[in-house]
Design a protein around this ligand. Sequence first.
Ligand SMILES: C[S@@+](CC[C@H](N)C(=O)[O-])C[C@H]1O[C@@H](n2cnc3c(N)ncnc32)[C@H](O)[C@@H]1O
Length: 217
Amino acid sequence: MEDSIEVILQDRGGVLPTSRPHPVLSACTGALLTGLYGVWSLFVIPGFRKVPWKLKVPYLPSSKDQTLNTMKLLEGRTGRLADLGSGDGRLVFAASSAGFQCTGFEINSILVAYARSKACWTGVPSSQASFVTQDFWKTDLSSYNNVTAFLSPGVMGVLGEKLLQELPDDACVIACRFPFPNWPQQSSAGSGLDETFAYDMSTVRSHLRNVPNTAQK
Ligand SMILES: C[S@@+](CC[C@H](N)C(=O)[O-])C[C@H]1O[C@@H](n2cnc3c(N)ncnc32)[C@H](O)[C@@H]1O
């Protein structure tokens, strides 16, 4: 009777070849690359240097599930959409294929160039998806009735104040992963790191009017 593959391998004194990366080496390489990217992005990217330290947000692409959850919360809505910190444009592309007229605001010109070329080679017209190298903190968002933001927990309070000042009452804001402090959620989708939260601006405003001393930060 022929030996099974396990028996043959055992006889040879070996096991199936496995390439196990050294965990410490992998962690060190990852930390080094992240650190180099961090230094590069914080100090080298024009524009990013000018963003106050407490408002700096690094690039971290959203997951497929996070994007799907965002799109789920935008179901039934139409119009103009601003993605604040659009990265490689993945959210903008998803929203534009759902019919929104999207603008991705991104401070990292390399990511903007990548997103623009992706739009070009996938044939997405600029009327549906455009990308601008622009600091969204210095951008008037009043013409947008949909806003998406995957940023960091530390900036959500300040962002909330900006959006309260600028967005129309019928606007919908989707916060990815990090909710707004003290804003009542309309709905949410997903869970854990992929969770996204929807807010209706008129509901947020009337809630905050009734709780006048609620701190935004
Ligand atoms: C967490 S990433 C999210 C990227 C993308 N929206 C996604 O979902 O994959 C945040 C992005 O915001 C950009 N960013 C940070 N501060 C910005 C600012 N003030 N103006 C424009 N973009 C900014 C970063 O460069 C980064 O690409």
